[in-house]
Structure formats: C-alpha cells, structure tokens
Design a protein around this ligand. Sequence first.
Ligand code: SF4
Length: 255
Amino acid sequence: MATTELFTDPADLEKLRKPLTPEQADKLPHIHRLLLGYYGQPKPRELWDPLTQLIYSLLSSRTKTPVSHQVMRDLERAFHAGPSNWEPVRDASVAEIERAIAIVTFPEQKAPQLKETLMGITARYGSLTLDFLAKYRTDKIRQWLEQFPGVGSKTSGAVVNFSVLRRRALCVDSHHLRVAQRLCLVPRADAATTEERLMRLVPETWDAAMLDEHHSLIKLHAQTLCTFAEPKCGICPLLNICPTGQRDVATLKLT
Ligand code: SF4
C-alpha cells in the first residue's frame, strides 16, 4: 500500500485551531452514518467498574478481543478474583500472574505492569478500587490513571469511556489511529495528539455512549476492511471520502 500523505506542516496545525467549516463539522457524523449503514448497530457494551476495565485494557493491548475476554476469565478462575475483588491478583507473584495471562501478547511485560499498577492504586488510595474516581473531572481521572506503568491515553480513554464512569473520551487504539490516518482526518501523530485533534471534529451533541459507538464502528472497520496489510478499498463504504483508498485504487488500475 502506498505511504499515506498527511498534514505535516506546522501551518496545518494553525488551520486546526480555526472554527470548523460545515463540511468539516459533518466529517465524523458522515463517516459514522456510512459505517452504521454497512455494519449495522454495534452490540451495546456491558459497562464494568473502572478497575475491571483498567485490568482488561492493560491485558488486551495488541490481543484479539476473544482472547482478551478469555484471559479475564482465566484470571478470575486462577485467583478466585473478579470485580470488587482483584486483591488476590495484586497479591500474587509476577510469575503466577504471567502464567495466568499466558495467552495474551507480551505476558512477560504485562504481568509486572499489572501487579505494579494494582499495588500502586492500593498505595495511593488505601484500598484496591477505582470507584472513587467518579467524583473527579475527566481530565483529572485520566491524569491520575496515566501515572501507572503501561497506562497511556488509549487505556485511560477506554477506562473513562467504556466503564460505568461513562465520560466523553475517544479511545484511540492502533485500529482507530490507522483508519483516521488513512482517511487523512488528522495529521500523523501519536494516540494522545490524535485523540485531541479528533475530538475537535466530534459534534458537541455526541455523548459518551455515542463516542463509544463511533469507536466500535471504526475498530470493526479496521478489523474487517481497513486491515493493516491488505485494505479492501475497492469494496469500502468510505472509498468516496478516503484519499488513501482512492489513490491506491487508482494506482492498482494503472499497474
Ligand atoms: S478506502 Fe481503503 S484505506 Fe480508505 S478507509 Fe476504506 S479500506 Fe481504509
């Protein structure tokens, strides 16, 4: 696939600060409508407490969704743990945790990160829960979460948006990043900056559930048609508005 040409000039950042034109303001809603028409309504999410969501998000990075759900069941079974009772995982050794989460990618990195994070929460709050975060502003919650190892903007975004905290945030994972960059929605940047820039395009009327639905559609699209290695641009419902797809389809026709 050809390299995506994206905004890289600092002058483009200036453009991003200007009020949106009606066309810009309808970009994400238009994409959302097209994906909804193609894939249908995503299944509603079961909302977990923030600590359970944090554990899931830490373990699920670069891991397929069914495997991530299985590893949560494995953890619960191995340590007789679960929502409101993650202490047995915190108190287990890194080697025991690593054995229990062996099916995810990079268990040797995730096991010490998980233990350190669970111990860190206990040390800072006095007990192992994140329910107290509900009384804080979203930016404060994310800042607090991001002090722990392995917790970046993607994970903190998932915790505040997908859990019962249900705050306005966009979880920009590698799937979301790839699709947003191929659609040239934002300049090429890391997940935190991409989220900040995408949020400028999000209508004010979109609440937390709508942002979750948007993320789910983009992720589904990234896993189905806009895949990493072989995007199926020829049958993509977004082809008419995707500069990368149009260029690649045109190149293929010429060669
Ligand atoms: S046209 Fe191709 S690159 Fe663009 S969003 Fe669709 S699959 Fe992805």
